[in-house]
Design a binder for this molecule. Structure first.
Ligand code: HEM
Length: 394
């Protein structure tokens, strides 16, 4: 059995439930488009790409398919994050900023950061699981992701309550985006800035102190200006908190539903965790779509694409085309980490996301065998997620 759980005679595909609870109308439409071909022109939506190899072709061509300029996805974020925050840039300026930031999250730095920040809270989590207490992995993960992000931005105090609050602030901004949003209203921009400006001030202070033990201090050492560091802090906060936090409970649920949480490889510590994380990412795609605006006439999968078109890469469709959760099936090359993007905009937080997910998942899996005692799907959220996922060690 894969990707689903049998309750009596009924089989529940929880991932589908999460998507339907989050997007009751858009999700069936999006999945329906997957059946209409690799590239489909959809009125009022744009040109939808459902095929991993073609998605990669779009992502690698930063000249034709762009994230900056009028009508681009950058239009959404520029008013709240400023003009130079990677995800709204292209060309030479983007390359220069990326090059400076590449050294920021090396795998070893990200592992050490997570180990340091998460040591104490994860010890508490281990204790609770060892005592046989019930634990809500959703709330736990919100606090942990909030704590990591606090460290990245340079917030000095970091109680559980503050980490949870930081998470909720990000969630409120992200929840203003729907799959159809092209621009924020002036009121939405005001609300987002009311959260981001004070965080930017804190990040700027950490930057000014220049302490290379902090992420912001490292940005200064890497040659970023204060405005760039501020912008990066906001962009990391918005892109790197909910994505990570929602993935971990989904990973544990997928392993549970595939009958792995009491399997010899998990109990013996022999599970290939990175493979499990990759497979959970493929099935869940925390970033279900990617957007580009078209700047030249071209053909993609037999469809003519013109300047002014909007291309919507349905990452979720591209990844789900390879079937349900299955740890034993290797990924074909065209799929390789597509859930983190590809080419010039490939997720810069990838090492941090992986380090965070690994660190927490190792702690949870060390308490196996585990059972899920209760779970429910969150409604009307942008990133599909459990509202709660209660686990207990057996
Ligand atoms: C499970 C977690 C995550 C997933 C699934 C994810 C996914 C993605 C994807 C798909 C893109 C490319 C978007 C596109 O090409 O349109 C991206 C870009 C980006 N991500 Fe992540 N991300 C995650 C975690 C993080 C974290 C932890 C951070 C930062 C701390 C982060 C920061 C960024 C930034 C700044 C970009 C823009 C890069 C650029 O435009 O050059 N992400 N992410």
């Amino acid at each position: 059995m894969t990707g689903s759980q049998t309750t009596g005679r009924r089989t529940v595909d929880w991932e589908r439930r999460l998507y339907l609870a989050a997007h009751p109308f858009a999700y069936p439409l999006l999945r329906g488009l997957a059946r209409r071909g690799p590239v489909v022109r959809v009125p009022r939506v744009g040109v939808v790409v459902n095929d991993a190899a073609l998605a990669r072709e779009v992502l690698m061509d930063g000249e034709t398919y762009r994230k900056d300029g009028p009508g681009s996805p950058g239009d959404l974020w520029t008013p709240v994050l400023g003009p130079s925050v990677l995800l709204n840039m292209e060309g030479e300026a983007h390359r220069v900023l990326r090059r400076r930031l590449t050294e920021l999250f090396t795998p070893s730095y990200a592992e050490a950061l997570c180990a340091r920040v998460l040591a104490e809270p994860l010890e508490r989590l281990s204790d609770r699981l060892a005592r046989g207490a019930v634990v809500d992995l959703v709330d736990t993960m919100r606090v942990l992701a909030g704590a990591v992000m606090s460290e990245v931005i340079g917030l000095e105090t970091r109680s559980e309550e503050q980490s949870r609050k930081l998470f909720e602030q990000g969630e409120r901004i992200v929840s203003m985006v729907s799959l159809r949003t092209r621009r924020f209203s002036p009121d939405q921009v005001k609300r987002a800035r009311a959260v981001l400006d004070p965080l930017g001030d804190i990040a700027a202070k950490a930057y000014a102190s220049g302490d290379e033990a902090t992420v912001m201090g490292r940005m200064r050492a890497l040659g970023l200006s204060e405005a760039e560091a501020r912008g990066a802090a906001g962009a990391f906060f918005l892109t790197g908190t909910e994505t990570v936090a929602t993935l971990v409970p989904r990973l544990i649920a997928l392993l549970h539903d595939a009958g792995r949480l009491d399997s010899p490889d998990v109990l013996g510590g022999a599970l290939d965790l990175d493979r499990a994380i990759d497979e959970a990412m493929r099935v869940t795609t925390p970033t279900p779509v990617m957007l580009r605006s078209v700047h030249a006439t071209t053909r993609l999968g037999g469809v003519e694409i013109r300047p002014g078109d909007r291309v919507l890469i349905a990452t979720h469709n591209c990844c789900r085309a390879y079937g349900p959760f299955d740890l034993d099936r290797p990924d074909p090359p065209e799929l390789r980490r597509l859930w983190f993007g590809a080419g010039p905009h490939f997720c810069i937080g990838y090492p941090l996301a992986m380090a965070e997910i690994r660190t927490v998942a190792r702690t949870v899996l060390a308490a196996a065998p585990l059972e899920i005692t209760r779970r429910s799907a969150a409604r009307r959220v942008l990133i599909p997620t459990y509202e709660r996922l209660i686990v207990r060690a057996l």
